[in-house]
Write a protein that binds this ligand. Structure first.
Ligand code: AMP
Ligand code: ZN
Length: 493
């Protein structure tokens, strides 16, 4: 029996605009795809918020015993400056500005992305496919869409025929837009475009001579369209119809709308059962965005090296701040909000650490089983983490009352409280205990002290090769030994 069998999750499905009971296609298994970053610059905290919300959702599914295949891609080609298929490729542009290879741009920012996510205690996805690693799949998909009559070729580029598609299907059903309205609201083509209609979008673009990132195809040497990449990668690993597709709210249109159209045009079925969209992070009241420059990158927030905030904040405080509001609400990043999260996080950790020290009584004055189910109910209600946190604080209050002899729990209830607090705080919310972090630095000092002692023994035995080896290898790991008249001390950098 797995925990999920006792829980009923409701997910807000952006496609239907309703909270629906979540029923995976195959019992016990979940396929989830989240649009990853376009790796042309450092991720900002807005990007991180979306990925962090899905990390928490992934963690909750895993906690419930689901086998989850979580696919989060890396967009390393094909994302043009302007969503309407014009402008330079974002990565190529950066490569030109910095006079480096596009793949150097990709490598640099992919590494940065992974570093940040590791620091913030993310679980890695099950598969992290790249767009450039799936060109063959994308070409095959385009062929099918052309064969089915929903795309046309002009001058070596291939475009999706939105008007043709809309004759028998519904383009705009996710973003709740009507093609007629789109027609009224888009500018007429300027004669430079190869498209039949401005609403059409590129599946394949012929590369101009100066465009470096190019691949051969039946239509031209060129590159794939951004929307197509996600359709190819998601369906390759999760099947033509899968459970969950997520991303930031800004991707609903045109990106996700086009993904639906492509899949329906190619396979005749709707690709995704539950569409989930995380809301935007704002910085002091304005949406955080690379284009407007209103951004803070996570390094700056972690180091305190920025002009917006009064101090540095730890990774767990940032996670806690994110979880204190629903993934579907707009979240405003402010110093006051971060300070409040820091206080809340410390209060929760204190209670968790106190919990390890208190002893059981003969009776329970608090109904732990009922409280535990309330924690699940919060997460089952469209991953309502702020309500979960309120329940964790309720338990923290009980812990403090027990410490002051104003409440008590039997040993069985105490154990259940510990297990549940730990599971939700660490496994689901992904927070890291400060006390644990302290013990790891204590352990490090213990180990270095031992090496200092061995080095002294080596010196006493005139084994200078060994004593130098210990010093140099520690230095290579960022630990400096300093010999003084009172013995040897060490520092880390
Ligand atoms: P990009 O690298 O621009 O393609 O974006 C990567 C992810 O970050 C997408 O899912 C976007 O929706 C998301 N995103 C971008 N800006 C924000 C923001 N201010 N708040 C939350 N998510 C964002
Ligand atoms: Zn995508």
């Amino acid at each position: 029996m797995q925990p999920y069998q006792n829980q009923s999750i409701h997910i807000y499905n952006s496609l239907t605009g309703k909270k629906e009971v979540f029923k995976p296609i195959e019992e016990g298994y979940i396929g989830m795809y989240v649009c990853g970053p376009t790796v042309y610059s450092n991720v900002h905290l807005g990007n991180v918020r979306t990925f962090m919300s899905f990390d928490m959702i992934y963690r909750y599914f895993k906690h419930l015993g689901y086998k989850v295949r979580y696919v989060r891609n890396i967009t390393d080609a094909g994302h043009l400056e302007n969503d309407a298929d014009v402008g330079e490729d974002k990565i190529t542009k950066k490569a030109r500005l910095e006079q480096i290879e596009p793949m150097e741009v990709v490598q640099r920012y992919t590494v940065d992305f992974h570093n940040i996510l590791n620091t913030l205690n993310f679980l890695p996805p099950s598969i992290e496919p790249t767009a450039t690693g799936h060109i063959i799949e994308q070409i095959e998909l385009i062929k099918t869409i052309i064969d089915n009559g929903f795309a046309y070729v002009v001058n070596g580029s291939v475009y999706f025929d939105v008007h043709k598609f809309n004759e028998a299907n519904e383009y705009g059903k996710l973003s709740k837009r009507k093609l007629e309205d789109l027609i009224h609201n888009t500018r007429a083509l300027d004669g430079q475009s190869d498209k039949k209609n401005p609403q059409d979008f590129a599946l394949w673009k012929r590369a101009e001579p100066q465009h470096i990132m190019r691949w051969p195809s039946p239509w031209s040497d060129g590159f794939p369209g951004w929307h197509l990449e996600c359709t190819a990668m998601s369906t390759k690993y999760l099947g033509d119809n899968f459970d969950i597709h997520g991303g930031g709210m800004d991707l609903k249109f045109p990106h996700h709308e086009c993904e639906i159209a492509q899949s329906e045009a190619a396979k005749g079925i709707s690709p995704v059962n539950y569409w989930m969209h995380a809301n935007m992070l704002q910085l002091n009241g304005q949406r955080m965005s690379k284009t407007t420059g209103n951004t803070v990158n996570p390094h700056e927030l972690l180091s305190g090296n920025n002009t917006f905030f009064s101090k540095a904040y730890s990774p767990s405080v940032i996670r806690f701040f994110n979880a204190m509001s629903s993934y579907r609400s707009i979240l405003d990043l402010t110093d006051d909000g971060l300070l409040a999260s820091e206080k809340g996080f410390n209060r929760l950790m204190e209670a968790i650490n106190t919990l390890e020290t208190i002893t059981a009584g003969t009776t329970s004055t608090f109904n732990v089983s009922e409280w535990k189910q309330k924690c699940y109910d919060a997460m089952n209600d469209d991953f309502n983490s702020p309500i979960l946190i309120a329940h964790l604080f309720e338990a923290a209050k009980v812990v403090n009352q027990i410490k002051d002899d104003k409440a008590s729990l039997t040993s069985e209830d105490l154990e259940l409280l510990k297990q549940t607090m730990n599971a939700f705080t660490f496994d689901v919310l992904g927070l890291v205990n400060v006390a644990q972090a302290d013990t790891s630095s204590e352990k490090l000092s213990g180990a270095v002290e031992l090496l200092i002692q061995l080095r002294q023994e080596a010196r006493a035995n005139k084994d200078f090769a060994l004593s130098d080896k210990i010093r140099d290898e520690l230095a290579a790991k960022g630990i400096q030994l300093k010999d003084g008249k009172d013995g040897t001390t060490f520092s880390t950098n």
